[in-house]
Write a protein that binds this ligand. Structure first.
Ligand code: ATP
Ligand code: MG
Length: 253
């Protein structure tokens, strides 16, 4: 269903019964996920569950063999990735993929390439980005590749934001970061919600993701096995057993 219950406003994002994978290898099987405008939705799941495959399918890097993806009621799953970006859906990929040799400023500018003539708007967006990640303003001339892991993650999110996306897809933004830096990144994401950006976030860091998100889905071996309000999932014994420790701390592998 791409429409919300009252039938009036389409979801920001609707993944409908999507089956997807890599050539002959099917990874996702009939996956359905919705994200309402302004919502933060988390995707949880262990290594290899298909989380990145879901993100890549939404972003158009993989084409579903069945089902479809809609952004604001319009089917995007047959579009090229850059058209999906133009439709307002922007992915910050796992592993960041910055241009390490380029300065922070140039990485941010590249994020704004869709709007390169809209200087005034880009300037305003830069102010929003600096407000979220003040460190970036101090490091504009530094090569992105020379920043710490946490700072690089901030550059990656900031670059995605420069495209002024309506829906931001974040694949494991906390991967490899120190706890304190993770806090900073999540605090910035909470502020983003206040600015009205819709977010679909993949996280292994289940507790933090559930604290941030409005709703969440658990993917296991390519299928959605649990979905619900984030608070509800935090109390779900299956989620606690698999992704949270007995007192709510991350389960040790
Ligand atoms: N390019 C590829 N070609 C073939 N199979 C792939 C490819 N990329 C991923 N897979 C397989 O698809 C499955 C799901 O991978 P995916 O990257 O979506 O998992 P994930 O949930 O993001 O895991 P992680 O938490 O480790 O990032 C895995 O079995 C993986 O081996
Ligand atoms: Mg992944």
């Amino acid at each position: 269903m791409s429409e919300t219950r009252n039938g009036a406003t389409p979801h920001a994002l609707a993944v409908e019964n999507v089956t997807s994978g890599y050539g002959p290898v099917t990874v996702l099987r009939e996956v359905s996920v919705t994200v309402a405008q302004g919502e933060i939705v988390a995707i949880l799941g262990s290594n290899g569950a298909g989380k990145s495959t879901l993100m890549k399918t939404i972003a158009g890097l993989l084409r579903p063999s069945a089902g479809r993806v809609l952004a604001y009621g319009r089917e995007v799953s047959r579009l090229a990735p850059e058209k999906i970006t133009s439709a307002g859906v922007m992915m910050v990929p796992e592993g960041r993929q910055l241009f390490g040799e380029l300065s922070v400023a140039d990485n941010l500018l590249l994020g704004a390439y869709l709007h390169k003539r809209e200087r005034e708007q880009n300037r305003k967006q830069l102010e929003i980005v600096y407000d979220l990640f003040p460190i970036l303003k101090e490091r504009l001339r530094q090569a992105a590749g020379g920043m710490s892991g946490g700072q690089q993650q901030m550059v990656a999110i900031a670059r995605g934001l420069m495209a002024r996306p309506r829906v931001l897809l974040l694949d494991e933004p906390s991967l490899g970061l120190a706890p304190q830096v993770i806090e900073q990144v999540f605090a910035a994401l909470a502020r983003l919600r206040e600015l009205g950006t819709t977010v679909l976030i993949v996280e292994q860091n289940a507790l933090q993701a559930l604290d941030l998100a409005d709703r969440a889905y658990v993917l296991e071996r390519g299928r959605v096995t649990i979905e619900g309000a984030a608070g509800q999932l935090k109390d779900d014994p299956r989620v606690r057993a698999a992704y949270l420790g007995p007192r709510g701390e991350p389960a040790t592998p």
